[in-house]
Design a protein around this ligand. Structure first.
Ligand SMILES: [Zn+2]
Length: 303
């Protein structure tokens, strides 16, 4: 049967309409895909947003030190302090639900190491820079605090050994102020220290992702109806020698409860890396001692 011109026209018209719609759908898919990709590439941005809206019991937060850029110290410090990371995955895995109420805030007994600490020079402290978390101050109440050190990836044995030795050396430094113990099983550790690059951080001002030298993260869990916390410290493999020492000293300071930064260069918890990293200062210890006198929900039974 012969097709009339009119039929032919309408079939051509339909065909072109079909292809146009197909093109439109493909374009839409492309746009949605691009959006998803952009979101994936800037996790810090979306996480920060989540952190702001989620005002209940925060189960995870992180602090980090900046290395590469030591200019504009104060801006860097503020950014470091407000960095709170909460992803959907972490929210799913949270140990504390919003419905569950927390143990009442109470101070623990001061550990004897800190009770005996006296700063004869009255060097002062930077306690005012320490922010309490939704569970109060991040103090340990069960001693010794157990620390697990791991290089994770395949590293020549000698290098791995040097790395573990450097980190252990810093554990020994802090040991003068709080009882610590190096353990060889991750599942019983309070603090896990890993030789691993921290995830890139998205710098909103400069619109770039930046590498970081270290990241310290905490989370909460309950055991025997008691609220506890644990820390994970990531130390970038790019850190060696005195910089590894300094980064470890600084991050362990955070994990022992100094959840904030010193504005003074000669303190281990100064917020930026310096050319000649200082040892743990009397001001660091004075701050630690004041923190351990503060109330917390950690280490107490849930109601
Ligand atoms: Zn820090």
């Amino acid at each position: 049967m012969k097709k009339s011109r009119c039929d032919l026209f309408s079939s051509l018209f339909l065909k072109s309409l079909f292809f146009k719609s197909l093109l439109l759908v493909l374009n839409l898919i492309l746009i949605v895909g691009l959006f998803a990709l952009i979101n994936l590439r800037s996790p810090a941005f979306s996480e920060t947003n989540l952190g702001v809206t989620y005002s209940g019991e925060t189960n995870l937060a992180s602090l980090d030190i900046e290395i590469q850029n030591s200019s504009n110290f104060f801006a860097e410090a503020n950014k470091d302090l407000v960095t709170k990371r909460l992803t959907d995955k972490e929210l799913d895995h949270q140990y504390i639900t919003r419905k569950q109420s927390l143990p009442a805030l109470k101070a623990h007994l001061l550990p004897s190491t800190l009770r005996e600490w006296q700063d004869t020079n009255n060097s002062g402290d930077y306690f005012s820079e320490i922010k309490p978390t939704p569970v109060g101050y991040l103090v340990w109440s069960q001693f010794p605090v157990k620390i697990y050190i791991t290089t994770l990836n395949k590293l020549p044995q000698k290098q791995a050994q040097t790395w573990v030795e450097t980190v252990s050396q810093v554990v020994n430094e802090w040991q003068n102020y709080l009882p610590l113990q190096i353990v060889y099983k991750a599942d019983i550790a309070d603090i896990i220290i890993e030789r691993k690059a921290p995830p890139l951080q998205f710098d909103r001002k400069r619109k770039i992702s930046r590498a970081r030298s270290a990241q310290t993260t905490y989370e909460f869990y309950t055991k025997n109806n008691t609220l506890y916390h644990r820390f994970t410290i990531l130390l970038s493999p790019s850190q060696t020698g005195k910089y590894l020492l300094a980064a470890t000293r600084h991050e362990i300071g955070h994990a022992l409860g100094i959840w904030g930064h010193s504005p003074v260069k000669s303190d281990a918890l100064y917020f930026s890396q310096v050319r000649n990293p200082p040892p743990i200062s009397p001001r660091d210890v004075n701050t630690l001692k004041r923190i351990y006198k503060q109330p917390t929900s950690l280490g107490w039974s849930l109601p």
